[in-house]
Ligand binder design. Structure first.
Ligand code: DAK
Length: 258
């Protein structure tokens, strides 16, 4: 499938989605969000893909919402854009397999929010990240106020959003916004390395872990613990734990059920 604003490659059970509007630093317009939604819908029906990597072409991951497009919105269009953005980022967050953001350059505003909706974030040491919306007189609109505060704490989220500061990769690592900082030329290989590790594990266990963590974070602790108990039991219905433990006892690698 051909996209105008994305480049999608699938190889070795890993899909790589690359934002591809380098002339405007991969700024997110409506068309790009719709294309992202389309590929996410396709991937959710494609069991051959077990890990997804998101990255950007050129010197940006995504430099935010497309300001030229956004500047012309009337209130109805602004609402429709907000609804579209939330819908697509929820699909990204809830895709039933791990998504890794490989942040190659600027990840600002909506770009930082896309990375926040991914499961893991790896960043190139030269990249910059931040939520500069207040410079434009708006607040983060694609879940940034909520996901950033949940990931890094309210104090850190408020500082980043109030100041609009673009922070370095090392600072992003220090505050827990990203999992790993790597040299620019090793970024994609590092993301693939993590993906390869995940591919060796029980596919059902990975899928269920993502659901339990995401749903648990939105629930009171007691409910979340119940969810973990029920999901732990559910693992045993798949045959996966039986194979995993048998393989351990037989001192061999598991042969996961596809
Ligand atoms: N939108 C449109 N064009 C952009 C852009 C953006 N976000 N960012 C960069 N560009 C364009 C520039 O205008 C320039 O175009 P030409 O002049 O060449 O035609 C080209 O990309 C290269 O950019 P620069 O020349 O500026 O490159 P520099 O290296 O000098 O600077 C920069 C890089 C990233 C520091 C700078 O481009 C910059 O500050 N960009 C804007 C970053 C920003 O403020 N992003 C946050 C946007 S706010 C909502 C949902 C979500 C959002 C809002 C509402 N709702 C729910 C309604 C999200 C908001 C945002 O993301």
């Amino acid at each position: 499938m051909e996209y105008k604003n994305l480049v999608v490659t699938i190889e070795d059970q890993i899909a790589i989605i690359k934002f591809n509007r380098p002339n405007v630093l991969n700024a997110l317009n409506i068309e790009t969000l719709l294309e992202l939604e389309k590929i996410l819908d396709e991937l959710s029906n494609n069991d051959a893909v077990r890990v997804v990597i998101l990255t950007g072409e050129g010197k940006a991951f995504v430099a935010g919402a497309d300001i030229s497009q956004m500047s012309k919105f009337n209130p109805q269009e602004a609402r429709a854009f907000a609804q579209l953005g939330h819908r697509v980022l929820s699909k990204l967050e809830n895709l039933d397999r791990p998504v890794i953001a490989a942040i190659n350059g600027y990840a600002l505003g909506g770009g930082c929010e896309i990375a926040l909706a991914c499961d893991l974030r790896i960043i190139a040491e030269t990249a910059k990240i931040g939520q500069p919306e207040v410079n434009l007189g708006i607040i983060p609109g694609f879940g940034g106020t909520q996901r950033l505060a949940r990931l890094c704490g309210a104090g850190v989220a408020k500082e980043l959003i109030y100041t609009g500061d673009m922070i370095s990769a090392d600072e992003a690592y220090r505050i827990g916004l990203v999992n790993k900082v790597v040299p620019q030329d090793k970024l994609l290989d590092s993301a693939k390395e993590i993906a390869q590790k995940i591919l060796q594990k029980g596919p059902g266990a990975i899928r269920l872990t993502k659901t339990v963590i995401n749903r648990g974070l939105d629930s009171p602790l007691e409910t979340a613990k119940e969810l973990e108990i029920e999901t732990f039991a559910l693992c045993f219905a798949s045959g996966e734990p039986q194979e995993g433990m048998k393989a351990f006892l037989e001192k061999r690698k598991p042969n996961w059920i596809k």
